[in-house]
Design a protein around this ligand. Structure first.
Ligand SMILES: NC(=O)c1ccc[n+]([C@@H]2O[C@H](COP(=O)([O-])OP(=O)(O)OC[C@H]3O[C@@H](n4cnc5c(N)ncnc54)[C@H](OP(=O)(O)O)[C@@H]3O)[C@@H](O)[C@H]2O)c1
Length: 341
């Protein structure tokens, strides 16, 4: 059978809850001429999935009620009736939360690098067009940290944060992370090589962040927003660069003092002549993906960049894991679901 997790209803509150999903059993589809049957191995859980569950989505079509939940996937070709694919090819695509899918080859791609073929889940994280490419573009093409500058990174041990922080270190910057637990902060410093990391749930977070950024902040990779952002803003130096990738705290809590935060932010943008640039990794797919994959594979293989993954075992646990993504202090590393061997 083909287990499929479908969108049963849209989130009633801010975050998805278990009633949003339903497990359905369907027959394993049969590939026709020119098609392949793919067995899912890995499924990526990314924050943007929350937007795809809502009725209105400014960037992409929302998932219809009753449809298979979407998401980036890696799988193995089980049967091929397509001239470009062979049995056992590893492919990446977007067929969502199900054990099997049939494809005509137009929306799947063979894993390109040896690194991904030996570690297929990396195709959904460090080597992907979402977290990996997003961290790479934000840091190396937008923020461009210089040696000695201070770079602040939120969700420091997450899919984007871990890579962005290590790239900034490679550029010679001082990297200060913030994360949702002391264990995550310890990990960022001891394992990922950040210079400091402070827990944003501590009551004295603001003070600790200020102490860790004695020379102010030259680069802030904004992927969190909310209350942590309120503490970073006053520390920004003149001409600081702020790539804006996401506002997960705003989505998961509705933001704290949302209006005040925005006013404070705009005041800082003007007064300090900040360069603020929105980054959507997918915009850079055509122009930068090949270079990014070559460089990232080299950095990971030569151990200049370390990758952390949080693996959830079993398709049936994907809904709960997605909910955990919108809570602070939970999983560490890129969140992936292992669907089969
Ligand atoms: N623009 C783009 O192209 C692009 C691409 C990829 C990702 N993104 C964005 O980048 C951000 C990180 O994505 P990711 O894939 O790397 O996810 P992730 O960091 O692996 O997971 C999300 C993390 O966000 C933190 N978080 C959740 N709710 C929070 C809250 N209320 N306050 C503070 N922190 C909270 C938690 O970390 P702690 O436990 O450490 O707090 C959580 O583990 C998201 O905003 C995402 O939308 C954008």
């Amino acid at each position: 059978m083909n287990r499929q997790i479908i969108l049963a209803e849209r989130p009633r509150y801010l975050m998805p809850t278990h009633n949003c999903f339903e497990l359905r059993q369907a027959p394993v589809p049969a590939p026709s001429d020119g098609e392949v049957l793919i067995r899912t191995l890995w499924l990526a859980l990314d924050p943007y999935l929350h937007g795809r569950m809502k009725r209105i989505n400014s960037q992409a079509q929302p998932v219809a009620i009753g449809d298979v939940m979407v998401g980036a996937t890696v799988g193995r070709v089980q049967t091929s009736n397509h001239p470009d694919f062979s049995e056992n090819d590893l492919v990446v695509g977007f067929w969502g939360w199900q054990d099997y899918c049939v494809s005509n080859g137009s929306r799947i791609m063979k894993l390109q690098t040896e690194l991904e073929r030996s570690h297929p889940s990396y195709a959904l994280g460090a080597m992907s067009r979402v977290s990996g490419l997003g961290a790479y573009i934000s840091m190396l093409h937008v923020a461009k940290p210089k040696p000695g500058e201070t770079v602040v990174i939120g969700a420091a041990t997450g899919g984007v944060g871990q890579i962005a922080g290590q790239l900034a270190k490679m550029e010679g910057a001082r990297v200060v992370g913030y994360a949702g637990s002391p264990e995550k902060c310890d990990f960022a410093v001891k394992e990922l090589g950040f210079d400091a990391c402070v827990c944003h749930r501590d009551p004295d977070f603001g003070e600790a962040l200020r102490d860790a950024c004695a020379e102010g902040v030259h680069v802030y990779l904004e992927s969190v927003g909310g209350e942590p952002m309120d503490h970073v803003l006053p520390l920004l130096n003149h001409y600081a660069r702020v790539p804006v990738m996401g506002l997960i705290a705003q989505w998961s809590t509705g933001g704290t003092n949302a209006n005040d935060t925005r006013m404070a932010f705009l005041t800082q943008v003007m007064a300090k002549r900040l360069r603020v640039e929105g980054v959507i990794s997918n915009d850079f797919f055509q122009s930068h993906f090949r270079d990014f994959q070559t460089e990232m594979a080299n950095w990971i293989t030569t151990k200049q960049i370390k990758i952390v993954e949080h693996v959830v075992d079993g398709l049936e646990h994907a809904p709960r894991a997605l909910q955990g993504m919108f809570q602070t202090g939970q999983h560490m590393g890129k969140l992936v679901v292992k669907v089969s061997e």
